[in-house]
Design a binder for this molecule. Structure first.
Ligand SMILES: *[C@@H]1O[C@H](CO)[C@@H](O)[C@H](O)[C@H]1NC(C)=O
Ligand SMILES: *[C@@H]1O[C@H](CO)[C@@H](O)[C@H](O)[C@H]1NC(C)=O
Ligand SMILES: *[C@@H]1O[C@H](CO)[C@@H](O)[C@H](O)[C@H]1NC(C)=O
Ligand SMILES: *[C@@H]1O[C@H](CO)[C@@H](O)[C@H](O)[C@H]1NC(C)=O
Length: 340
């Protein structure tokens, strides 16, 4: 195709509206982006979003306060005097990935801050504490090994590079409780092997995959996060107070998957195998999109429950989710006031 043909194609496309982005919307997006760059704020659910929207230091843009697209609302405004675009993703990895990619595709975003609540797998921390992990992994991409195969047997499609035994596995029979009978039990569920995500970075050759398991947050953001460790946080819900005042702390690792973990054995596995502190359902998805789009990223997650390690009667999230959401927003606000 000659240059003329190419121009006709480009102009022909831009003057019609066959794509999902109408002419009106692309003009709006351009006007919004011209006022950028913005910090993108990505938040999973409405109970985590509300305390941010109610914050007096959040002000909606008077001209373009919202942009609704693909079932998401992008809120445009200022938080602590920083230009921000906020998007609520909805639960889980797919929603978090879609919303983050839309945010980065549509707007002029210089960095992404993700925040919310999380389960806690780290026995040294307490509900209400706010964690900032340095690394995130998606721990929901598995290769489930056939019955009777073990660590010495190659996984299906391993030789083609699709899967690996380098990250390790969960052995279901380590968790069998055979106290009622001493008869041996077959471990039909055998082992699941954790797999890295396939990634396609924006500045690499399309369709040539790379792999990522641990995704590191932005170094500069992580340095800045050190300054958050002196924030004083609320430790009481009505008259029920936590044993000590909540702290803000940078930790080594967080993990995410499409799994709500309310199970002591799996919580302990995630901590012993991966040194995980925060367990959630979105952060690693946001991290993986930002990694591929080469956009600085950090996540702030407030611990709302012990992921099954607490009381046998209930998961504590019901009592402490609102305290944790508020604490996460307090830390987010301080963080955003510190970045340039
Ligand atoms: C799984 O765990 C069981 C019980 O701890 C052990 O006997 C078995 O060797 C383990 N299998 C593999 C494949 O690691
Ligand atoms: C195994 O199950 C029995 C009966 O349900 C229970 O009493 C016991 O505490 C369990 N053991 C472990 C290690 O969970
Ligand atoms: C595990 O994480 C903690 C912080 O959460 C860190 O102090 C420790 O060095 C880590 N351990 C390993 C083996 O990486
Ligand atoms: C705290 O008090 C408010 C207002 O009285 C009530 O609606 C809420 O359920 C209470 N929360 C807890 C966890 O007790």
């Amino acid at each position: 195709m000659g240059l003329l043909g190419f121009l006709v194609l480009v102009l022909g496309f831009s003057s019609s509206s066959y794509g999902a982005i109408s002419q009106l919307n692309s003009r709006l997006i351009a006007s919004i982006s011209r006022k950028g760059p913005y910090i993108g704020i990505v938040v999973p659910n409405s109970f985590e979003l509300s305390p941010l929207l109610q914050s007096p230091t959040f002000v909606l843009d008077h001209k373009f306060p919202y942009f609704d697209f693909a079932g998401r609302r992008f809120r445009i405004g200022k938080l602590e005097n920083q230009k921000v675009i906020i998007v609520m993703t909805g639960l889980s990895m797919l929603n978090a990935g879609i919303s983050t990619q839309l945010l980065l595709t549509l707007f002029n975003i210089k960095g992404v801050i993700h925040y919310g609540i999380a389960g806690n797998a780290n026995p040294e921390l307490q509900i209400g504490d706010v964690t900032i992990p340095q690394y995130w992994a998606h721990t929901g991409l598995w290769n489930w090994q056939r019955f009777e195969d073990g660590p010495d047997d190659e996984l299906a499609l391993e030789s083609s590079g699709d899967y690996t035994r380098s990250i390790g596995y969960l052995n279901f029979s380590s968790y069998n409780n055979n106290t009622k009978s001493s008869k041996s039990v077959s471990n039909l569920l055998n082992n699941v092997w954790y797999q890295p995500e396939e990634t396609f970075p924006v500045n690499s050759t399309p369709e040539v995959r790379q792999h990522a398991f641990w995704v590191q947050v932005d170094n500069t953001y992580f340095e800045i996060a050190k300054k958050l460790e002196d924030i004083k946080l609320n430790g009481c819900v009505n008259t029920t107070c936590l044993p000590r005042s909540p702290i803000v702390t940078r930790v080594r690792r967080g993990v995410s998957a499409n799994v709500f973990v309310d199970n002591r054995a799996y919580r302990e596995f995630l901590n012993s195998k991966f040194n995980a502190t925060s367990i959630d359902m979105e952060s690693a998805a946001v991290a993986l999109v930002c990694l591929q789009q080469r956009t600085p990223f950090i996540a702030i997650r407030a611990l709302s429950d012990l992921a099954g390690g607490g009381s046998t009667l209930s998961n504590e999230a019901a009592i402490f989710a609102s305290l944790a959401s508020h604490n996460a927003v307090e830390v987010l606000k301080r963080f955003i006031s510190l970045i340039v």
